[in-house]
Design a protein around this ligand. Structure first.
Ligand SMILES: Nc1nc2c(ncn2[C@@H]2O[C@H](COP(=O)(O)O[C@H]3[C@@H](O)[C@H](n4cnc5c(=O)[nH]c(N)nc54)O[C@@H]3COP(=O)(O)O)[C@@H](O)[C@H]2O)c(=O)[nH]1
Length: 822
């Protein structure tokens, strides 16, 4: 009995019916039953559910086989289950085969097992659900740790994965964990020849089979390079490495991003473009070194500032509105812009602006990449200059001349103006080259170019076509004579010797002039015709100019000659005045006399004012001539007055230049004073076209003259575009209907209507109306019938010298009215 009581668990003996024959006190304690109750119990009463079935089977088996064991929860009287491990054995008990059993409380072991199971489940769940790849590997055989590292590594490569999770399988290019089990480390690492990888293993061995966070580069089964961060621990037993555990994370994406970032950072710092980044509020957050070098601004000068600080102010608002619009729509803008460096220098930039979007699709930043294109621009300009200029003289070449000719033609067409092309070829320039050498010749050509430039206005062009050929493009030349004048100026400019290498060199030129429009419709034709004209100038003895048409040449020479002669005409007393009477239509009385200038040219004979007055106006000689006319006319009129000859008023023509100069009033006062002619006797004739220009200074002078008694007549009336309201405000006394209307009044209904209307209008304005150019009685009758006051024309008298006029007046005067002649 003592043995039974000293047993470590519950002891019992069951008969073949499963009834308890014997038990120890521990049995009573555990089951909670008393001895009497146990006697009535069946063994299976102590078990529940599945345990009960299993225990029943096991008891049966034991009675059949002689031994058996089972684990089940014993449920005591209190109902509390306690896990037991039961072992049974058949024993002859008083001649009956009975089951002797021993039950050991395995609560503690069960608890430990449960804990282990749960812990393992947790661990497994963690391993299986973690994104880290986890594995363990076994070496083929123990690897002594004192082996050389390379030998150890060789053996480690042969070790095999024994367990791993799906995450590892997938990150190594396998489908699931099972696919990886049995794979060697060498296969896992994609080979043994990746230096980074080998270095990692060597380091693992060297560090006592432990690394944390070590990076390896491997090639997966698809041949892709992949980066991993590894933790790995080796197990050493008896001085040998036997197995190991590892965990790894795929850091390929991070590595690629890092590489890209490193690359970007390196590009940002090393690129030649100035890069600056702003936040969404246009505040600069970063700049690179190139930006600092290009703009001269230090980083701290610009951080936090608006990029507008860089603008040079060369673009208008619409430029920036369009930039913002494009950036808003496309997220990018690219174009040229002018920036200002810190030192104030303005420079051109090729700018690209890119918008950077955040995860929410909103703008986070703008990246500006600015390429300084000053050099490119300068090169472009230089190339453009070289393409359009003659390298020797720096003057425009044929290409640029053609462009300018095209432009001038368009411009002139629109504005109904004209321009001239002058082709210049230096005479015998070959001699300069032959005698002094080409370098000296080049110097002369350069100096010739400069002199030509000096002769012209800024708007004109001097081009060199090559050799000794130059072309002038004279813009806005109203008359061919102006071109001739420029040609004459060129000749004078070239006549001065050129000093080269201490020697005076004389250069002459032949020039051909053609006009647009008229002498050609395109650049090539104009140049060809000017060239042809130049050859004619050569034929005519060189050092001269010729127009493309002979007629123009003749006229140009004549005008130049006349202009120089006209300067002397006043002193030489070659000018004189004729006078033409003006008649009152109703009475036939002489009521006026118009002074008309003539020039008695020593070679050309008597010249009409139409030939020399425009020249005088152009050259400024009109002032001297106009003054002379006034003095002479007043003197003559005073003489007629003194002779008692009635001539009414004396009309004197004044040109626009005289009025514009602003000294006419003084000149007239002085002529009147010098002659003693009363102002009421003087009438100034001013053209309609000029009076309608409403020149304030001119009108002021006319006002003053009217105030002191001088009359004003509007000459050539009908040829301009008079405004009646303006006419009413002018100090005018008389309208002179232009002879072009009078000429045809007998035959032309239109002219008749115009003349009648002008007479009527003049009368309504209270003006005296005079018809010019009356040559026939029919014209005179028509004028009289339509109320015209006065007439002037060959019908009554031609313009006459003063002696003839004196005789005419004497004839007209009632007998005894006059007594002298001048
Ligand atoms: N600034 C100055 N201009 C002057 C001066 N002297 C004249 N002129 C202007 O010159 C233009 C031409 O003048 P002219 O050649 O003298 O011609 C005048 C007459 O000869 C001409 N005329 C007169 N009657 C007739 C005629 O019946 N038929 C016809 N075909 N011609 C005729 O008309 C001219 C006078 O014109 P106007 O002066 O408009 O009255 C001329 O514009 C003069 O103005 C001067 O000293 N200074």
């Amino acid at each position: 009995m003592d043995i039974i009581e000293s047993l470590p668990g519950i002891f019992y003996v069951l008969d073949p019916d499963g009834r308890f024959l014997l038990w120890n006190s521990r049995f009573l304690q555990v089951s909670g039953y008393g001895a009497a109750e146990v006697e009535r119990l069946h063994a299976l009463d102590l078990f529940r559910g599945a345990d009960r079935d299993r225990v029943a089977r096991r008891i049966r088996d034991t009675f059949e086989t002689g031994t058996g064991d089972v684990e089940a929860e014993l449920v005591g009287k209190s109902g509390k289950p306690t896990p037991f491990h039961f072992t049974g054995q058949l024993v002859d008990f008083s001649g009956e085969q009975c089951l002797v059993g021993l039950g050991v409380d395995v609560s503690d072991r069960k608890r430990a097992e449960d804990f282990l199971r749960e812990s393992e489940a947790r661990y497994r769940s963690f391993i299986e659900n973690t994104t880290e790849g986890v594995y363990s590997f076994e070496l083929e055989g123990p690897v002594p740790i004192e082996l050389p590292v390379d030998e150890q590594v060789r053996r480690i490569y042969r070790s095999r994965i024994v367990a791993c999770n799906d995450a590892l399988a997938q990150m190594c290019g396998y489908e699931e964990a099972g696919d990886l089990v049995g794979v060697t480390m060498q296969e896992l690492h994609g080979g043994s020849d990746i230096p980074e990888n080998l270095a990692l293993l060597e380091e693992w061995v060297a560090r006592g089979y432990h690394v944390a966070g070590a990076e390896s580069l491997e090639i997966d089964r698809d041949g892709n390079a992949r980066w991993f961060a590894n933790n790995c621990l080796g197990m050493v037993e008896d001085g040998c490495l036997v197995r190991g555990w590892g965990a790894r994370v795929d850091i390929t994406h991070r590595k690629v991003t890092e590489q890209r970032l490193r690359l970007s950072a390196s590009v940002f710092e090393n690129i030649a473009d100035g890069i600056f980044i702003t936040d969404a509020d246009s505040s600069i957050v970063d700049v690179n070194q190139a930006f600092v070098e290009i703009t001269g601004f230090a980083r701290e000068d610009v951080i936090g500032r608006d990029p507008r600080m860089l603008q040079a102010g060369r673009h208008d608002d619409s430029f920036f509105r369009e930039l913002q619009r494009t950036l808003g729509v496309k997220g990018q803008w690219r174009g040229e812009i002018w920036y200002r460096r810190k030192d104030g220098e303005v420079f051109p930039v090729l700018l690209t602006i890119n918008r950077v979007l955040g995860d929410d699709g909103g703008t986070t930043h703008y990246v500006f990449a600015a390429t300084d294109i000053s050099q490119i621009k300068q090169s472009e300009e230089r190339l453009d200059f070289l393409a359009h200029h003659d390298p020797l003289t720096g003057l425009p070449n044929r290409a640029l001349l053609n462009e300018r000719l095209e432009w001038a033609m368009q411009h002139v067409r629109r504005q109904s103006r004209s321009f001239a092309v002058v082709f210049i070829d230096l005479d015998h320039f070959k001699h300069v080259n032959d005698s002094l050498g080409h370098p000296a010749g080049d110097r002369v050509l350069q100096d010739v170019g400069q002199r030509l430039v000096g002769v012209l206005r800024q708007d004109d062009t001097v081009a060199r076509l090559g050799g000794d050929e130059f072309v002038l493009l004279l813009e806005d030349i109203a008359h061919p004579d102006k071109a001739a004048k420029v040609a004459a100026k060129v000749m004078r400019a070239l006549a001065e010797p050129f000093e080269v290498e201490g020697r005076d060199i004389r250069v002459q030129a032949s020039m051909g002039i053609c006009m647009y429009p008229g002498d050609g419709d395109d650049a090539a034709t104009l140049l060809r015709n000017a060239d042809a004209a130049m050859f004619r100038a050569k034929d005519r003895g060189r050092n001269t100019y010729e127009f493309y048409t002979e007629e123009l040449t003749r006229k140009a020479f004549e005008r130049v000659l006349l202009e120089s002669n006209l300067r002397l005409a006043v002193e030489r007393e070659e000018l004189f005045l004729n006078y033409q009477p003006q008649i009152e239509l109703a009475t036939g009385r002489v009521v006026g006399m118009e002074a008309l200038i003539r020039w008695n040219h020593p070679e050309l004979g008597l010249l009409s004012p139409t030939r020399f007055i425009p020249l005088a106006e152009d050259s400024g000689l009109i002032h001297a001539i106009g003054e002379w006319v006034l003095r002479e006319a007043c003197r003559q009129a005073r003489a007629w007055c003194e002779a008692g000859l009635e001539f009414g008023r004396l009309g004197v023509n004044v040109s626009r230049a005289q009025l514009q100069r602003g000294r006419l009033f003084e000149d007239i006062q002085s002529a009147l004073a010098a002659s003693g002619l009363p102002p009421e006797r003087l009438e100034l004739e001013v053209t309609e076209s000029f009076i309608m220009e409403q020149d304030t200074l001119a009108v002021e002078q006319l006002d003053r003259l009217r105030d002191c008694g001088v009359s004003i007549a509007i000459d050539d009336f009908g040829t301009g575009y008079s405004s009646l309201s303006y006419l009413k405000r002018l100090p005018v006394h008389k309208l002179k209907i232009d002879k072009s209307f009078v000429l045809d009044i007998a035959d032309d209904d239109n002219d008749m209507a115009i003349v009648a209307a002008v007479i009527s209008m003049g009368r309504k304005l209270g003006l005296t109306v005079l018809a010019e150019g009356v040559e026939s009685a029919r014209q005179a009758d028509f004028l009289l019938e339509n109320g015209c006051h006065e007439a002037q024309g060959f019908l009554y008298a031609r313009p006459m010298p003063h002696e003839a006029v004196t005789a005419f007046l004497r004839e007209q005067a009632p007998k005894g009215d006059s007594d002298s002649d001048q």
